[in-house]
Design a binder for this molecule. Sequence first.
Ligand code: FAS
Ligand code: PHB
Length: 411
Amino acid sequence: MNHHTQVGIIGAGPSGLLLAQLLHTQGINSVVLENRPRQRVESRQRAGLLEQNTVDRLRQAGATDRLDREGLVHDGVILSYNGHRHRIDLAHLTGGSRVTIYAQTEVVKDLIQLRLHEDEQSILFEAEATAIDGLDGYAPAIHYTHQGENHTLICDFVAGCDGFHGIARQAIPAHLTTTYDKVYPYCWLGILAKVPPSTDELIYAYHDRGFALHSMRSPEISRLYVQCDVTDTLDDWPDERIWAELQLRLGTAGWTLAEGPILEKTITPMRSFVSEPMQFGRLFLAGDSAHIVPPTGAKGLNMAVADTGYLFDALMRWYQAGSSLELDAYTAGCMRRVWRVQEFSNFMTDMLHRDSTKSSFDAHLQASRFNQLVNSEAASTVIAENYVGLAASWATGVTGSEHGQSTTFHA
Ligand code: FAS
Ligand code: PHB
C-alpha cells in the first residue's frame, strides 16, 4: 500500500514521538514507523534525568500533565571521591536552573498516549522501515513492512529518529559522511530496585574500585549503576555482589545504602559517537541516529530532544514561512551543542571512572579535578551549567546574533 503524510518519522523513541506531537500542535501531519511492539518501547529502561530545556519542549507539546505531578525536581547533585562528598548547588550556581527526575519510559508512554488518542494511525508499531529513497527530490519515500505486507510512505520530509542501530544514517551517502568514535574500556551495570532512595539527590561516585551512581525513579524505586568490565555478563554480578560494590563505592561515614529486591538488571556499553552531516536532501537525523554519549552526563535523551526542537522549529519555518534557511543550517545548528555535550560527557566519564588502561599519572589528574571542584566555585559552576542544560543560544549555533556575542571554533 502507498500512502502519504507531510513528515515521515522513523522511530518511536523520545525524538520521533516528540517531533510527531510538536508537529501535531501546529496542524502538520506525520506518521511514526516503529519496528518494535508498543510494550517493548514503553518498558525499555534508559534515561532518567530531564534538563529544563527538555521539560520546556515537552510542555510545548502538551505532554507534561503527569510529569508535573510525578517528576522529582532537584536543586543539586552530589559528586563523591572515595567517600568524600561534594554537593554542587545547581540552582544557586546557574541562577535557578534545576533538573527533573522522570524516566524516559514515562516520557515515551505519555507521548504515545497523546498521539494515539488524537490519531490511532499516527504510530504504526511492528512496522520496520527497510529503505528510504527520493531524498534528493520533493517527495521522498520510506519503504516498510507491516503485518507481513510491504508498504510505502511518501512524504515531504523524512525524520531519521531510529537510534544508533537504525537505517536512516545509512541513507546518507558514505562519501559525504564523517564519523567520530570513542569506545570506553568499561560498561555500566544498571539495576532497578524496589527500595526507597537513600538520598534525595543523585550521587555520582568515583572510587578506586570503580564508578557508581545512585539515582531514582520515584519515592519507592531506586535506580543504581556500577562500573563493570566490558567482558562482564549479568552472570558475573549476582545481587549480593552488586549491593556490596554499591555500598563500598557510594559509602561515606554515617551513611548506609538501603537495599531491596532487584527488579531489573542491564549492562550498557560506554561509547561516544558523532556522525556528520545530520541531513541529506529531505532527510534529517535527530537523536541517537546521529550521535551517542556515555550516560555519565545524563545527556543522551536531552540531546535527542534538543535536536528535535531545532528540527521542529526549522520545519515550521518551512511550512509557515516558506523559508528553508533553518533546514539548510540544521547540521551546523545542532553540531555546536552536540560537541559541547560530547565534551562534557567525556569529561564526567573520564573523571568518575577507574580506568585500568591508564597510568597512575592519570589517576592523579582525576584527584586534582575533584580538588579543584571542591575548592573552586568557578569549577563547580562549569559542571552545573553543563549539567542543567545549555542556554538556548547553544541550540542554534548562533555566533554574534540576537543571543549576544558568542564564538564558535571548529577543529
Ligand atoms: P531511541 O533509540 O530511543 O529510539 C529509536 C527507535 O527507533 C527505537 O524505538 C527503535 O526500535 C526504532 N527503530 C530502529 N530502527 C528502526 C527501523 N528500521 N524501523 C522502524 N523503527 C526503528 N541517556 C541518558 O541520558 N541517561 C541514561 O541513563 C541512559 N541510559 C541508556 C541505556 C541504554 C541501554 C541505551 C541504549 C541508551 C541509554 N541512554 C541514556 C541514551 C538514550 O536515552 C538515548 O539517548 C535516547 O533513547 C535517544 O532517543 P532517540 O534518539 O529517540 O532514539
Ligand atoms: C538515571 O536515573 O537513569 C540516570 C541519571 C543520571 C545519569 C544517568 C542515568 O547520568
